[in-house]
Design a protein around this ligand. Sequence first.
Ligand code: TXA
Ligand code: MG
Length: 407
Amino acid sequence: EWWADERKSQTPESKAIEEAANLLRTSDTPVAFPTETVYGLGADATRSAAVQGIYRAKQRPSDNPLIVHVDSIDMLDKLLNPSQQSPGVAQTPRIPLPPIYEPLIKRFWPGPITIILPNPSGSDLAPEVTSNLTTFGARMPSSPLARLLIHATDRPLAAPSANASTKPSPTTAQHVHHDLKGRIDLILDGGASGVGVESTVVDGLCNPPAILRPGGIGIDELREVPGWENVEVAYRDGTLGVKEIPRAPGMKYRHYSPKARVVLFKAESNPEGVARHVRKDLQDSAIGAHNIGIVRTRHWKQGLGLAPEDVVASTIQPVAAPIDNLVSFPVPVQETGSPSSRTKVAYDYHLGDDTTSIAHGLFAVLRALDEFDVDVIYVEGISDSDGDLAAAVMNRLRKAAGTEMKA
Ligand code: TXA
Ligand code: MG
């Protein structure tokens, strides 16, 4: 097996995995672990007390169901057919995986897509996992560390994102530590999550199938899969048509929000117009923008020109941050009602111009700006139609933002 060498050799990693697995089997306190999308807060999905520990640590509303993470199709098959595991229990006909999911799994698992399945009667899943829905969400992460952990635990792991409820999802072990220190006993550190936004949640039990949450796999990729050509968007979003009330219960909550107010600018907003807006905010004492954050993507590459070039050049200071390329500089502005000019600090960050690096850095930069205690974060949006991850990025930003503006 692909993990056999890993386990025999007792590397520091395999010892950490064993320790985490042991906690997951015995403790009611969840364990944080990396996945390719974001860090998860895991518990044995078959034990109520352990699953309750997740809701407790995150302070998550209990009507928001959790995703069940499996390491193999075999583990999923056992969840669909709980009676098959207990000898002596009358054998009912085996429940197969709904055929619509077969090509999808073949194409995208292991990877960032979660499928909704019927929760069978006599299910092994703790009722807290599904929040008493008749379905459950399942995914097989592509992160080898995540799969090794599930395998070592030998249980399906219920795991939401490992942030405090409503905060941006964590993409590093440090983010998890920041939110949950003192509440959990162990974080497996696998470095930064590659994708940076959560898995796509799809429901193939309805016709046509539906996307309940946009994520790591985009609608264009889904439409290439047999049976998924007419997949519909069933989540609430600023620009995509709203068909109905969000069907992933989690989509109704305030989410992904830093402490600071987020002002989202539409794709290709003019940097000069944005700069005017920012200056006005900085000078308006009612808005109270003191320290601010700027998150640039494709179009504002040269910056907003907030301060004269020479001032910026002579005072740029790299700031210790969990992300690269973050710089801060004082913006000289006149405070209304104050005769003296008071220095405010702008933290300026360019996420890059390709969607992959934008998704990868998004949550990290929102968290870093919170650390710097900024009051407002101005974000350059991207176009929803820019392909697979772009819509997912904009979905997260709209949830974080108080306002969406055009400049
Ligand atoms: O990438 C991810 O999916 C991450 C990593 C850790 O795997 N997990 C994650 O979990 O984002 P969470 O709990 O933050 O989001 C789960 C989403 C929520 O929107 C929830 O409402 C939805 O999946 N969901 C779970 N079970 C569902 C069900 N039976 N029916 C509809 N939506 C469901
Ligand atoms: Mg979450």
